[in-house]
Each structure stands twice: as C-alpha cells, then as structure tokens.
Design a protein around this ligand. Structure first.
Ligand code: FES
Length: 96
C-alpha cells in the first residue's frame, strides 16, 4: 500500500516486529517503518479487540500504541527507529 520514494538514499537498519525482521531507514518513525513494511495493525482495542493502524502520524490519535523495547503504550509515530529495536503489536491494554 505504501511505497518509499525511489530516490531515498538513507542508510537502512533492521528491527524486529513481532519476531519478524524488517528493514527501515534511518530517521523513520516506528510507525512509518511499520507501514512501509506492509504491517497494517499496530494494536487492538482493549474492549472489542478491534485492530487499529497508525492514522495521524503526529501524536494525536493514539491508534499507533505499541510495545517498544518492552515498554507498552508507546506512540510508534513519535519514536524513531533504532537498529535492533524490538517492537510488538499491543493487544488490549498494556501490561503493568
Ligand atoms: S498515529 Fe496517531 S498518535 Fe501515532
């Protein structure tokens, strides 16, 4: 669905999403890397378990909440990627 611009020459890095290694570009947010990799679900809602995807990409909608490096409910659109980062889809409310 989403494609990178063909002249994007930024270095690539690898991170893990739900145990699968994906490629991102330096400067991507986790949400941008997720969408570029074709992953369309960031979380499910706590009550109805409805899948949600990043929407606003600027920290307003909270549909991008994910577990990033072991910390739940982080806004994936506001967190820059880092090599070796471990990201998981968040199912329901975060674990305390
Ligand atoms: S995509 Fe809306 S807050 Fe992250």
């Amino acid at each position: 669905m989403f494609k990178r611009l063909p002249d994007d020459k930024r270095p690539t890095i690898a991170l893990s999403i739900d145990g699968k290694t994906i490629e991102a570009r330096e400067g991507d947010s986790v949400a941008a890397a997720l969408l570029a990799a074709g992953v369309m679900v960031a979380r499910t809602t706590p009550v109805s378990e409805t899948p949600r995807a990043p929407y606003c990409m600027m920290g307003v909608c909270f549909d991008c909440l994910m577990e990033i490096d072991g910390i739940g409910s982080r806004q994936a659109c506001l967190v820059p990627v880092r090599a070796g980062m471990v990201v998981r889809t968040q199912h329901g409310a975060r674990k305390l």
